[in-house]
Design a protein around this ligand. Structure first.
Ligand code: GLU
Length: 450
């Protein structure tokens, strides 16, 4: 195959907001297709809407593509720098009679000289355009639905469809892989491309992403920015793996696997057209799997920004990195996000355990047996050897005296010492990292509130 026959795809974001999980999925599918076929990935920043562009949003696109491991072979091209080329294409359409000038009231004006303050409309002829979408099959649109559409605004800027079609042609894009929300603009882009004498790319419109209520993911309702997932401690590897499965799946159905393997399996024609459910629980599960795969040094490195941030609930002078490091093997199994480390460890560094009211309201904790278990435990721990096994035995014995099983007898002690009903194994870290006096103080304090 000569390189002229290899696919050329592009990710073409408009920097009007922070990178959305849907855009990230679009970028990833383009990249997977390019890497699977040996094609070329182009990055094109569609920054023609000057009123909404902010340079930091473009920087965020670069940053998050890099975070996900999505690289590109060409670009970034900036659409805003191609204004003259877009003007030239509009002039060609005017000269060929395929477009016309309009006045402020949208009336057709004679002549074909582009001038300031004049909009230009594409002259849509009667007929039907059939898009042979790689994912959706044939989509036919009657031109009556399109009308004569604007390709150049009176403020001297190209419209999305014009710039998009011209750039795809000039950049020799073979496949336009993008979100389903753009499908309605596709027939216009095809008409413009054809009128310019170019061949439009093959289109592949990726399925919508929907939430649990099967509603389209939206900025207002759902957590959609990649940034917020990264901040909450989703690993890039887990996120990328999960995004790859939104609307696509490998034929062997093995879902959790390294990107290098996904590249070998990805087929654009296997993408579904049905909406893809953005399943937070599944993403968390993936993240947990990827967190468990880290060795303890890697995990500690990944957790450090969370443990050392200025948002931690403990006073900085109370933090003990060696204690945090020793806890890693105890919490790794259960961790679903990196930020989830905080509620696992805060009781070891906060002068007062954080009080989770919900934990206190559980009947095992509020019940009458709890008060008696705490009373007995306080007496027993006052002079037993300060070792995990003896402390544990003392708590279990206190429970047994009230006919309460081991996990139930541990519950009030756990809540008293850690503030929560769930957390890492209790006795070893409690005895190793808190003093007898401190544990007794917390137990008495809790007892007084029952
Ligand atoms: N710039 C468009 C957007 O961000 C995408 C254009 C395309 O992929 O064709 O919605």
């Amino acid at each position: 195959m000569s390189s002229a026959e290899l696919p050329r795809v592009r990710f073409a974001p408009s920097p009007t907001g922070y990178l959305h999980v849907g855009s990230a999925r679009t970028a990833l599918f383009n990249w997977l297709f390019a890497r699977t076929t040996g094609g070329t990935m182009v990055l094109r920043i569609e920054d023609t809407d000057e009123s909404r562009n902010r340079p930091e949003l473009t920087d965020a696109i670069f940053e998050y593509l890099a975070w996900l491991g999505i690289d590109y072979d060409e670009g970034p091209y900036y659409q805003s720098e191609r204004r003259e080329r877009h003007r030239e294409a509009v002039q060609q359409l005017l000269d060929d009679g395929r477009a016309y000038l309009c006045d402020a009231d949208d009336n057709e004006l004679p002549g074909s000289e582009m001038a300031d303050g004049r909009a230009v409309r594409f002259r849509t002829q009667q007929g039907t355009t059939v898009i042979d979408d790689v994912i959706r099959g044939e989509v036919a649109v009657d031109h009556a639905q399109l009308g004569d559409f604007v390709i150049w605004r009176s403020d001297g800027s190209p419209t999305f469809v014009l710039a998009n079609a011209v750039d795809d042609a000039d950049m020799a894009i073979t496949h336009a892989i993008r979100g389903e929300d753009l499908l309605s603009s596709t027939p216009r882009a095809v008409l413009v491309a054809q009128a310019l004498g170019t061949t439009p790319p093959a289109y592949a419109h990726l399925p919508l992403l929907v939430n649990e209520q099967r509603k389209k993911l939206s900025k207002r309702r759902d957590d959609v920015s990649l940034e917020s997932y990264r901040q909450r401690g989703y690993l890039a590897s887990a996120m990328a793996n999960y995004l790859a499965l939104l609307g696509w799946g490998p034929r062997d159905e093995v879902e959790i696997r390294p990107m290098a393997e996904i590249i070998g399996q990805f087929r654009l024609e296997d993408v579904n057209k049905a909406p893809a459910f953005f399943d937070l629980a599944k993403l968390e599960h993936f993240n947990g799997v990827y967190i468990r795969e880290l060795d303890s040094e890697e995990l500690l490195g990944a957790l450090a920004p969370y443990l050392e941030s200025d948002q931690v609930p403990w006073p900085p002078e109370c933090y003990r990195p060696d204690v945090a490091a020793s806890m890693i093997p105890l919490v790794q199994e259960k961790l679903r996000t990196l930020s989830g480390i905080i509620p696992q460890l805060d009781w070891l560094f906060c002068p007062e355990p954080p009080m989770d009211e919900k934990s206190w309201d559980k009947s095992v904790v509020r019940g009458r047996a709890s008060a008696e278990i705490l009373d007995r435990t306080i007496v027993a721990l006052a002079d037993c050897p300060w070792e995990p096994d003896t402390v544990k035995d003392a708590v279990f014995a206190a429970g047994e005296a009230h006919g309460v099983n081991r996990s139930k007898s541990q519950a009030p002690v756990r809540v008293a010492v850690t503030g929560r009903s769930v957390g890492p194994p209790l006795f070893e870290p409690m005895v190793q990292h808190l003093s007898r006096e401190e544990v007794l103080r917390r137990l008495r304090n809790a007892r007084s509130q029952l």
